[in-house]
Design a protein around this ligand. Structure first.
Ligand code: URA
Length: 261
């Protein structure tokens, strides 16, 4: 439901923090009009504070924003709220919404970028070639490290739930719109660790703008949950990335030992 009431400063601060967590700098104010889709108007926000610092106070501005995570939120409720989503242009080309898969009580969540062709066809994240590599990495590394763990034991989802055309990166407004659901999803699961796969997920979760090569192997935080950044498995599928593969295995080892030791 569009938010049309003037918002108090504290609520607005919470929204800004929420969008900062998703790495989003620009919000779009929609005009409250009936009929065709509203035209987004870019609204400049003050520069984002470094992660861990409070945002500067902002003026209360009525905005069309989604509700923050409701109390007692569940994955089922989030799926219901997503419904047959047409909130952004990604819905135009999708076959299936790809919400997430795995154990909803998992202490470990992997977050990718967005569905590819196979995922769009099946409605399940990471089932294509990159997904097979991810499964192999998780299960293989766990086994080698003496940890009993299968893919079904963890939870996997993406920043956006519909396939971007030609597998392009999701646009900021698409991440903003879909980000509310990722946010709720992660809060509903509240894992011990989140592993961000690739630059899009890393930037969305940490707010940092560096490339993935700089961020990988390091711990960040999202809502006080430790976030490990590593390479996206699609990147690792490129033959010349042997070194990156080794590094990703190292990152995964850190994650698994932190969660399961
Ligand atoms: N790449 C992603 O980022 N997510 C998927 O689900 C599949 C491929």
């Amino acid at each position: 439901m569009p938010y049309t009431q003037p918002m108090d400063a504290e609520l607005l601060r919470q929204y800004l923090e929420f969008y900062q967590d998703l790495g989003i700098k620009t919000l779009y104010r929609r005009e409250a009009v009936a009929g065709p889709a509203p035209i987004p108007i870019p609204m400049d926000l003050p520069p984002l504070a470094p992660v861990g610092q409070a945002l500067p106070p902002a003026n209360p501005v009525p905005m069309d924003l989604p509700p923050l995570a409701p109390t007692g939120d569940t994955l089922l409720k989030i799926v219901e709220d997503i419904g047959d989503c047409h909130r952004c242009r990604l819905s135009e080309g999708r076959n299936k919404i790809v919400f997430g898969v795995g154990n909803p009580q998992s202490p470990l969540v992997f977050v990718g970028e967005g569905p590819g062709a196979d995922e769009d066809a099946q409605g399940i994240p990471f089932v294509g070639r990159a997904g097979q590599l991810l499964t192999q990495m998780i299960e293989g590394t766990a086994k080698k490290e003496g940890i009993e763990l299968l893919r079904k034991d963890i939870y996997i989802c993406n920043v956006v739930k519909c396939r971007p055309p030609e597998n392009r990166n999701p646009e900021p407004d698409e991440m903003e719109i879909c980000g509310q659901f990722l946010h709720r999803q992660l809060l509903a699961i509240r894992p011990k660790v989140i592993c961000a796969l690739g630059g899009v997920a890393a930037r969305a979760l940490t707010g940092h703008k560096e490339g993935v090569t700089k961020m990988r192997g390091k711990w960040f935080q999202w809502q006080e949950i430790p976030v490990m950044v590593t390479y996206h498995p699609s990147y690792l599928l490129r033959q010349y990335n042997q070194e990156a593969k080794r590094e990703a295995w190292e990152d995964l080892k850190k994650v698994l030992h932190y969660v399961y030791d």
